[in-house]
Design a protein around this ligand. Structure first.
Ligand code: GLA
Length: 379
């Protein structure tokens, strides 16, 4: 869990004219301060991550990556020290190819040196992009090589990959192999601050669930990209859907928003302890879609303690709130509510829904593009 500059903060913002919003050490220091002061760290958002365009356009005389002196005048090491002093961890970004997606120096031919540089700076996470990687062999070799190079530094560094996303147009990813090397991996396009983007990520995930769900677990997760809650593009119900569904998908929770200016509602949702507990459930199983009809989608995620998280998403974009009624035998292959269960609503608001027997049905009312998230515990 953490915060990442990309989506909300892009490379084009100029530090001269917009110092408050450009990608710079000031942005990271201010965000780290807010993460501590406003309860984000204590809610579990531990990593603060730099994305593209932190680098100078060339390497130094020893071939090492160096920070852009205008954006990060004190250097990354100093920033890492500051972030650590706040009880947070620092993430950084590079690319398997010879240039990053925004055209800065990539790590190709420098994997060992870059891993050592990041470790010497005290970096705790590397997001490794896949632009400009050349052939499929180079892409795979690069992702493997960087994983081993990070391990050889002896520092614990989370390895965040986009390997399957760049591979998939040409070849079916081998997820067993990818999980051997990466801690999480992007499968699909970049998230945008819009409902159509959230919808497309959910649709893609449901369509490919037979191949991607079973591989997820402690040490390796599918990454549907950042939470964009607290920005401009999602309605309240759509924000609830993103939070609920990212919990069902066992997604890494990296926010991309401006924590210095965020509504109390968005903060409540993003810091909601019950949803975060579902997202971080120690059983570590990813959820999946059970059924979908023209109005609703029903998803479940097995949790520790004989429990299930259940999401009912109303994907209608017309009309008002609608009821969805389903037999409880739909859940957990008939076993989630056997012989009885308690049902607790987590989102959009915390509420006790009572005790049910396994032959009963449950009815929930869901707003258009909204989701009701439940926790069902067998009794
Ligand atoms: C790619 C990645 C994004 C972001 C940008 C930065 O598009 O998928 O998450 O890192 O590059 O240029």
């Amino acid at each position: 869990m953490g915060w990442l500059h990309w989506e909300r903060f892009l490379c084009g913002t100029d530090c001269g004219t917009d110092p408050h919003r450009c990608v710079s050490e000031r942005l990271f220091v201010e965000m780290a301060d807010v993460m501590v002061a406003e309860g984000w760290r204590d809610a579990g958002y531990e990593f603060i991550c730099i994305d593209d365009c932190w680098m100078a356009p060339t390497r130094d005389e020893h071939g090492r990556l160096q920070a852009d002196p205008k954006r990060f005048p004190s250097g990354i090491r100093k920033l890492a020290d500051y972030v650590h002093s706040k009880g947070l961890k620092l993430g950084i970004y590079s690319d398997v190819g010879n240039k990053t997606c925004a055209g800065f120096p990539g790590s190709y031919n420098h994997y060992d040196l870059d891993a050592q540089t990041f470790a010497s700076w005290g970096v705790d996470l590397l997001k490794f992009d896949g632009c400009n990687s050349g052939t499929l062999e180079l892409l795979a070799e690069g992702y493997r090589h960087m994983s081993l190079a990070l391990n050889r530094t002896g520092r614990s560094i989370v390895y965040s990959c986009e390997w399957p996303f760049y591979l998939r147009p040409m070849q079916q990813p081998n997820y067993t192999e990818i999980k051997q090397y990466c801690n999480h991996w992007r499968n699909f396009f970049d998230v945008y601050d819009s409902w159509s983007s959230i919808k497309s990520i959910l649709d893609w995930t449901a369509l490919h669930q037979d191949s991607i769900v079973k591989i997820a677990g402690p040490g390796g997760w599918n990454d549907p990209d950042m939470l964009v809650i607290g920005n401009f593009g999602l309605s309240w119900d759509q924000a609830v859907t993103q939070m609920a569904m990212w919990a069902i998908m066992a997604a890494p929770l990296f926010m991309s928003n401006d924590l210095r200016h965020i509504s109390p509602e968005a903060k409540w949702l993003l810091q909601n302890k019950e949803v975060i507990a579902i997202n971080q459930d120690p059983l570590g199983k990813q959820g999946y879609q059970i059924t979908k009809d023209k109005d609703f989608e029903l998803w479940e995620r097995p949790l520790s303690g004989q429990a299930y998280a259940v999401a009912v998403l109303n994907h209608q974009e017309i009309g008002g709130p609608r009821n969805f009624t389903f037999p409880l035998t739909f859940l957990g292959n008939g076993l989630a509510c056997n012989p009885a269960c308690s049902v607790w609503q987590v989102l959009p608001a915390s509420r006790d829904c009572g005790v049910y027997s396994w032959v009963s049905s449950l009815s929930v009312e869901v707003n258009p593009t909204g989701t009701v998230l439940l926790k069902v515990v067998a009794l």
